[in-house]
Design a protein around this ligand. Structure first.
Ligand SMILES: *Cc1c(COP(=O)(O)O)cnc(C)c1O
Length: 408
């Protein structure tokens, strides 16, 4: 039986009006209304096609509706979708083992959203500090970086430095110490015997794709080792092939004690996140201490297993590295001619539009008019993150549009 949804609107303006009247205004979307998508392309309700140069902030690393991922989801929809964690199911163990093997870790805690994974890592690090490190009860600290983005929960915005994300949401959770990102000396100075963990994005995504100075992450690792503190890498946006390697930390040959993964782990189909890491650390959780009704559900695990299978081939890491070189070479050529900076790794770039050029918002609108969708971050920065399945020709097409818009 097919159930047809009632047709409540036609055309872009009507859908936007509905959204604005009935939806909470916590986003400021570009005025396009998408209806269908395939690979690197999306189509709006009026039939216009656009190249997706944002990839759902890296939730769509494998493009829209990757056939292997859709097949895995459809197969699981025909079996069982939710059991709760009150019972075992036959996708959970295999998913955890496959993800642990892929990431070179020993244990997996499946959750749903990225913010939940970060919250989970914070709780685990605190418990580890009290139970294993011997930090006096209630005094554990977690060192974080300025300009971080780790999600939107009350605890996570407690250690954000973005006033828009924090204003009017206090009181905030204590126990966080903020240091400037990329400053190894400041990081070293902030670590004490009460430090449970240092929590960092190996590349700061939301901040504008900020790559830290060479050696910074290795130095963070050394300082954590010296102080007996955990290093937690938030790879929710930077991980799973986005930078040309499985994890962004791999570029520095650094290992974290815990990684938070999300976004692309759900294959663009559903929210799937996880904390992965060593048994010594994740093993501190006992039954009843932490959980989630939907975390590790059979459908999520089946999709996650299909994502792991794609990543195991190395194909997407390689595509990101190769196409990323093309992206960075071409964008780098615009420095001094429309752009003032280009940052990033692999098929991921933050570009600063030079003074006198369009604002990030104006540039995003001009790109949409040319059939390319991406999103500003801050006033004059665009974040470029095409799906890793994009063809070289489509990548060039998108970069041509960016060139037109910023050199206008
Ligand atoms: C997106 C993001 C999060 C939050 O993920 P949600 O699924 O939106 O909760 C956390 N950390 C980083 C680095 C992210 O990019």
């Amino acid at each position: 039986m097919t159930v047809h949804a009632e047709k409540v609107a036609t055309g872009t303006d009507e859908f936007i009006a509905l959204d604005e009247q009935w939806g909470a205004h916590n986003y400021h979307p570009l005025p396009v209304v998408l209806a269908e998508a395939d690979g690197a392309w999306v189509t709006d309700v009026d039939g216009n096609r656009y190249l997706d140069f944002l990839s759902g902030y890296s939730a769509l690393n494998f493009g829209h509706r990757h056939p292997d991922l859709i097949a895995a989801a459809q197969a699981q929809l025909g079996r069982v979708t939710l059991t709760s964690r009150a019972f075992h199911h036959d996708q959970m163990g295999p998913f955890c083992r496959e993800l642990a093997e892929l990431t070179g870790t020993e244990m997996v805690l499946p959750m749903n959203s990225g913010a939940e994974a970060v919250e989970s890592a914070v709780k685990i690090a605190r418990k580890w500090a009290y139970q294993v490190k011997g930090v006096p009860d209630g005094t554990a600290e977690i060192v974080v970086a300025g300009s971080n983005f780790h999600g939107r929960t009350t605890t996570i915005v407690s250690f954000s430095t973005d006033e828009t994300a924090r204003a009017d949401f206090g009181p905030f959770t204590p126990g966080f110490v903020t240091v400037p990102y990329g400053d190894a000396a400041a990081l070293a100075a902030a670590i004490t015997e009460r430090t449970a963990a240092v929590l960092l994005e190996p590349i700061q995504g939301e901040a504008g794709v900020i790559v830290p100075p060479p050696g910074y992450l290795a130095e963070a690792r050394r300082r954590c080792d010296d102080a007996g503190a955990l290093l937690i890498a938030d790879e929710i946006q930077s991980g799973l092939a986005r930078t040309g390697k499985l994890l962004a930390l791999d570029h520095e040959n650094v290992r974290a004690d815990l990684y938070t993964l999300g976004k692309a782990l759900g294959g663009g189909i559903m929210p799937v996140s996880a904390v992965v890491g060593s048994r010594d650390v994740l093993g501190v959780l006992r039954p009843g201490e932490h959980g989630s009704t939907f975390g590790g559900n059979p459908l999520a695990c089946a999709v996650g297993r299909a994502v792991v299978a794609l990543l195991k081939t190395g194909e997407f890491q390689q595509r990101s590295a190769e196409l990323g070189e093309r992206l960075h070479t071409r964008l780098g050529g615009l420095i001094g001619n429309g752009l003032s900076a280009v940052r990033g790794r692999g098929l991921w770039a933050g570009i600063d539009i030079a003074p006198g050029g369009p604002s990030g918002r104006e540039a995003s609108r001009a790109l949409a008019a040319r059939g390319v969708l991406c999103k500003e971050t801050h006033d004059h920065t665009l974040r470029i993150a095409p799906p890793l399945v994009i063809s070289a020709e489509d990548l060039d097409r998108g970069i041509d549009a960016i060139t037109e818009v910023v050199t206008r």
